[in-house]
Design a protein around this ligand. Sequence first.
Ligand code: ATR
Length: 278
Amino acid sequence: MKKRFAIIGFPLGHSLSPLIHNTAFKHLGLSAQYLKLEIDPHDFESTIEQLKNVNWQGFNVTIPFKEKIFPLLSKTDQDASQIGAVNTIHCTSNGWIGYNTDWLGFLKPLEQRNVFPETCLILGAGGAARAVVFGLLKLPSVQKLVIANRTIEKAEKIKNDFNGQLIQTISLSQLDSLNSAFDLIVNTTSVGMKGRKAQTIVDLEKVTHQNSTVYDLVYNPLRTVLLRQAETLSLQTIEGLEMLVFQAEAAFKIWTRKTFDDHLLNLILEKLKNELNK
Ligand code: ATR
């Protein structure tokens, strides 16, 4: 029988996860399918309990359920608990186990480029920022991490939750007067997403030096205004699509113990780009 996987969230219209995983299953000759399960937030708990009676191998979890899922799991991996969000579930004979692979997906493109930043500026303090900060704190190179957010209280919460001696928090309005250049700038906010105003919340010239790397978690559009500005300053850039693919690969590995070879990675990236350009 075909193994079954799905992404659970609401809404899911935009989700690219089925394309990634189904391409991987096919390429690796695995008899499995990956579906989209849009769950009405009002019926979340009861729907999850129903799903437990059916034979599933794994799930990805997205907005708005990444935190809500915790009490419904048999066990949670320590990293996911610390981040406070589960994006991957492995359904085992010992129950459903929750993981977070976002931080692994975030780090991979940095490792591949040998980017080992000492100073980092994180824009935003939502769920994505928590995985990013968690990941960056794993890097021995990191010495200073500034979280800039519109709502400073949320940045402060991350600092407190992560025992953040290396973390400083500021409000977005203080960004321009910061007067320091960072090795890495990461946008974790939704600013720059398709359908919203094409804008950025930072003047890159004021916070970068010539060897800075600019990483935007937004992947639609692929080249955000922020990344295009970085390009005009001749800075190294990383697209959000890479993190998307690598968090998926880390989930895939938990479920199947298999990784994406270079051929598969390129195939997936090509398909994703075609989809985004539609
Ligand atoms: P996610 O889980 O994807 O990180 P989120 O938790 O809703 O999503 O967080 C979105 C982030 O984008 C927040 O940091 C939010 O700032 P606030 O905490 O002040 O709400 C930020 N954000 C969204 N729209 C923004 C805008 N127009 N200007 C500045 N920041 C914005």
